[in-house]
Design a protein around this ligand. Structure first.
Ligand code: ATP
Ligand code: MG
Length: 572
């Protein structure tokens, strides 16, 4: 883990949770001396999209284990599918893993770097009589494979002589055949109860440009062939992957055993699902390509880059991954848990400020026209070391439009004619009257008076029920603020049977852009913090990727209300 870049990482692991099944397996292996006491994991993303929070779970697990057991963790780009991959994705993956706080040292690998050796392994399998070149096309191969209830049929090309297979495989490599015309298959068992063992394709012809090897290769290894051998060549001890690979494990073991090479242990765990979002690069790509979001890093996206722009911190994501745990059976995590984690973190670190999202002007009639007072406000009551700041107060201020009602219901402890409220860090004011637009009747300004005896922090305390945030009209800056809701309107948008078209289940109100907000000058002039709590409104972060010198943009990371904390409390 990078030592100091993201504050004290050790601090976030104060709560010692009981160890999960993978930790237990590794402890046992260390005890029995399996793998000579080594622990070596890897995180193997395919660079065909940006990483999402599901990947973060895998990253925290793999890198976390290597740290816990004094081992190593490789970062490996699993780039065997040239048509979908790109160097831009490689860079974003490196950036995201690093941002999460993990360090692969000098162990950044690419499966494409192994293409020569993988080819040699395939040749060796052919020589062992364990692989053959098949002329069936992909569709025929599928037909011959059989089903879960019916055994497969052997290809008529299955018993080709070794020499012929070697010759054809070499000619596949030279590009002599068209895509789909031939493939190399492992010769295992067409009657196996496990479909993955029915002579799986291990090499296919692809005439595509690879982002690293260009046009050098006309054939590319399949995931199942490349992955186990890459693990083996990298001396990985524990190859941790998601549950859908459980049925591939016999093949993983078969390939390594037949070739007589070192065999790591594959261990499967349940992938992360979160409600109201999708964790699949393919579907996230659809959102990007369909312009349903502004890009991979749209703050509504469950990508690591989206969460970062939204204001999530690496600490909060690691905390989340710790809390969800690691299990063998699949489940869905509720979004409020993720929100709970970021709230806990931002509560500690974010500077408290005042901002008004929908401004309504207030004139304090008995406050001198030319006077400006400097009031004192703490930056974070949770952390006195964050100090205090001065906020200017004068005759004209802005308050939140919905903090005034002319004819309010009971229990509306905000501004209404004849009633008093406290202005945070300032005075008690009384609403005298509302000024309306003569044409529309809309309230355009409030006239108030203040009580000079009620300055905050002076010990004089007259109780009023409501406390409002505000900004000084003369000492504020305009800003744009974006508020977010779930990207999807239903809890399981990833369910392909129910929602084949992802764009049909998008939440039309997932973002609200407020273009005429007012923020405290301290934020505009002295942006030392990235994360803020706007009093009463939530946690926000400055969005440097779209802000300009004329228009500062802030994203709401999360609201203040924490339904998860309440659930936890109730349950306790
Ligand atoms: P996607 O379906 O989003 O494309 P993937 O599994 O195809 O995901 P990879 O790039 O192959 O994406 O994933 C790299 C690693 O991250 C794999 O080991 C994979 O098992 C793990 N991973 C992917 N999604 C999740 C998830 N939702 N929860 C936990 N681990 C995941
Ligand atoms: Mg994949």
């Amino acid at each position: 883990m990078k030592s100091n870049k993201n504050n004290d990482i050790e601090d976030t692991n104060e709560v010692v949770s009981p160890s999960h099944f993978i930790q237990n397996i590794i402890k046992d292996d260390l005890e029995t001396g399996k793998f000579e006491g080594r622990v070596h994991t890897r995180f193997p993303p395919e660079p065909n999209g940006y990483l999402h929070i599901g990947h973060a779970k895998s990253i925290c697990l793999n890198f976390g284990i290597s740290i816990e057991f004094n081992g190593l963790c490789n970062l490996r780009m699993d780039d065997t599918n040239p048509s979908k991959e790109d160097t831009a994705f490689v860079e974003s993956i490196k950036n995201d893993v690093e941002w999460l706080g993990f360090d692969w040292g000098d162990r950044l690998f690419f499966t494409s770097d192994y293409f020569d050796r993988l080819y040699q392994f395939a040749v060796q399998l052919i020589k062992l009589g364990k692989a053959y070149v098949d002329d069936l096309n992909p569709e025929e191969i599928r037909e011959y494979r059989g089903t879960l209830t019916e055994p497969g049929k052997e290809s008529p090309f299955r018993n080709r002589a070794v020499e012929e297979n070697l010759d054809l495989f070499e000619r596949m490599k030279k590009g002599e055949f068209e895509e789909g015309a031939k493939s190399l298959r492992a010769k295992i068992d067409m009657h196996s109860g496990n479909l993955n063992m029915r002579d799986p394709v291990i090499y296919r012809i692809l005439k595509a440009n690879h982002h690293r090897t260009g046009r050098t290769w006309s054939i590319y290894p399949m995931y199942d062939f490349a992955h186990c051998l890459s693990d083996s060549m990298e001396n990985v001890t524990h190859s941790i992957c998601t549950l859908e690979f459980e049925d591939h494990r016999p093949l993983y073991d078969w390939i390594l055993n037949e070739l007589g090479v070192y065999r790591p242990q594959q261990i499967e765990f349940a992938r992360l699902n979160i409600d109201y979002t999708v964790l699949s690069k393919r579907k996230l790509l659809q959102l990007v390509q369909g312009n349903h979001v502004s890009g991979w890093d749209d703050p509504r996206m469950p990508t690591i880059s989206g969460l970062r722009r939204r204001g999530y911190t690496p600490e909060s994501i690691r905390d989340f991954c710790e809390r969800i745990g690691v299990a063998k059976s699949a489940g869905t995590v509720e979004m409020p848990l993720l929100e709970h984690c970021i709230r806990e973190d931002l509560n500690k670190r974010s500077a408290r400020v005042m901002a008004v999202l929908r401004p309504l002007k207030v004139v304090i009639e008995n406050y001198p026209e030319e006077k400006t007072e400097e009031l004192e406000a703490e930056n974070n009551p949770e952390d006195p070391s964050m100090g205090k700041r001065k906020i200017p107060f004068c005759r004209e201020i802005f308050v939140e439009r919905d903090d005034f009602m002319e004819d309010p219901p009971k229990k509306f402890f905000r501004l209404t004619p004849g009633k008093e409220v406290r202005l945070k860090h300032a005075y008690i004011i009384k609403c005298e009257r509302a000024i309306k637009d003569p044409q529309t009747g809309e309230v355009v300004e409030l006239r108030c008076s203040y009580d000079p005896e009620t300055k905050s922090g002076t010990g004089v305390s007259r109780k009023v029920k409501g406390t409002l945030h505000w900004v000084s009209a003369k000492h504020c800056e305009k800003a744009e603020v974006r508020l977010y809701e779930n990207l999807f309107s239903i809890s399981n948008p990833g369910d392909e049977k129910k929602n084949p078209e992802i764009k049909e289940v998008l939440n039309p109100d997932s973002v609200e852009v407020l273009g005429d907000c007012r923020i405290e000058l301290s934020m505009a002039t002295n942006r030392i913090h990235n994360h803020y709590q706007f009093l009463r409104l939530g946690y926000f972060c400055f969005d440097s990727s779209i802000s300009t010198s004329d228009c500062l943009v802030f994203n709401r990371t999360v609201t203040l209300r924490d339904s998860w904390a309440k659930i936890v409390k109730k349950g306790a």
